[in-house]
Ligand binder design. Sequence first.
Ligand SMILES: NC(=O)C1=CN([C@@H]2O[C@H](COP(=O)(O)OP(=O)(O)OC[C@H]3O[C@@H](n4cnc5c(N)ncnc54)[C@H](O)[C@@H]3O)[C@@H](O)[C@H]2O)C=CC1
Ligand SMILES: O=C(O)[C@H]1O[C@H](OP(=O)(O)OP(=O)(O)OC[C@H]2O[C@@H](n3ccc(=O)[nH]c3=O)[C@H](O)[C@@H]2O)[C@H](O)[C@@H](O)[C@@H]1O
Length: 480
Amino acid sequence: MVKICCIGAGYVGGPTMAVIALKCPAIEVAVVDISVARIMAWNSDQLPIYEPGLDEVVKQCRGKNLFFSTDVEKHVSGADIVFVSVNTPTKTRGLGAGKAADLTYWESAARMIADVSKSDKIVVEKSTVPVKTAEAIEKILTHNSKGINYQILSNPEFLAEGTAIQDLFNPDRVLIGGRETPEGQKAIQALKDVYAHWVPEESILCTNLWSAELSKLAANAFLAQRISSVNAMSALCESTGADVSQVSHAIGKDSRIGPKFLNASVGFGGSCFQKDILNLVYICECNGLSEVASYWKQVIKVNDYQKNRFVNRVVSSMFNTVSGKKIAILGFAFKKDTGDTRETPAIDVCKGLITDNARLSIYDPQVNQEQIQRDLSMNKFDWDHPIHLQPLSPTAVKRVSVVWDAYEATKDAHGICILTEWDEFKTLDYKRIYDNMQKPAFVFDGRNVVNVEKLREIGFIVYSIGKPLDPWLKDMPAVA
Ligand SMILES: NC(=O)C1=CN([C@@H]2O[C@H](COP(=O)(O)OP(=O)(O)OC[C@H]3O[C@@H](n4cnc5c(N)ncnc54)[C@H](O)[C@@H]3O)[C@@H](O)[C@H]2O)C=CC1
Ligand SMILES: O=C(O)[C@H]1O[C@H](OP(=O)(O)OP(=O)(O)OC[C@H]2O[C@@H](n3ccc(=O)[nH]c3=O)[C@H](O)[C@@H]2O)[C@H](O)[C@@H](O)[C@@H]1O
């Protein structure tokens, strides 16, 4: 029986291994982590991450051919294939701080593999890593090898949160990079055989190691670049009277552009786009490609601009001050159908409003008070470290309350900011909400989920990203 072990039971390790276990009943899959709390949660009825469809997959395989454990060394030592899916945060200090990937966790996983292995292994990079990481890992493993053979493969993950199970069941492609030697090709074939249980052969792409590593960074950079492009257009739409949804629809009809990923927003969030682009920028700089680096850096700059622009729009619309005013924040997760708040634009928007002395009442169907307080008090990039290394009890941010109901959040508020596109925000009783708010009552829709015309009929002053401006907003000072 082939044995797989995955180091790192996070958003990637957990779902990907659960799907491998489901699709390959003859393979034994162990997912290991240094976080006791996380492993306990994977073994309970309350999984550590919210992902539609995940519970069913885990329930079908857990205890049969899928195991979650903190006994990292035992499972690594017994495995034929070891996936490494640990955090690869942005460095916060030293060389490359604020840009380069911090490979501390990867390196310690590699050293542990070398320490405990007693048989040949295929080691698979599942984490997103800088190009050429496989070479570094290879060096760590072979210099400590005790005669054991290691083959390193790059098998980046392309799942998106909220649709992870669907993405894993029907991936656009699976990418496997390996050495162009007979041993490398044999290792590629072994991993291909695993995926071939459910992924059509033509969707499994095999490349050299560096192409696979770079393709992951490139894919995320291209996706994020599309959002920054449409968000840049949204600013121009507001200035000209064009409607960004109509523009997206029109350009998306061109089959060369395509309709997906063209929704203007308050900015992209999530654990990877910013981190991976910063990493790409750093790699370009290290290779003397400063023009290429500044091209990709601009994607992040426009994203920051979009978040600032939103905050400025809120403040300037409300007579240039939100001091002491209650603002309801609807949605805190970085996108719908997930409880993940890593790099969510809501953090920057809330911090911006708090700086202007607003009182915030926050509601998100999947994010609790502790997480929100933690996010609003944590330093940049601190979130991307194993939980036990994160600040324990962050000081509660005053002026912020977290409630479990959109009606409660909006009661007596002066304004509402919609920051996540949860479906339930489309069908709220906005008349009831309006009646319970201070007047004039504002809605700032950062996700284009509300029906602007209907809300204006009710009496709201509505701002919706990239949409023709409300006459009220046109008269307010320009925003930068
Ligand atoms: N979240 C996502 O949607 C995607 C993430 N990725 C990449 O996958 C990697 C992992 O991401 P996530 O799963 O989101 O991170 P995560 O933070 O949810 O999970 C990583 C886990 O690794 C564990 N860990 C760290 N060092 C360890 C060690 N030495 N031994 C055992 N466990 C260790 C941590 O405790 C943590 O539970 C990152 O490189 C990320 O860029 C790639 C595609 C999608
Ligand atoms: O490497 C990763 O971590 C993953 O990053 C993204 O997945 P994810 O961040 O989970 O979610 P996305 O659906 O890509 O959304 C990212 C952000 O962009 C925003 N977005 C997305 C699409 C759009 O049209 N407009 C827009 O503002 C979302 O609201 C969200 O804040 C990629 O889509 C995955 O392919 C990749 O594997």
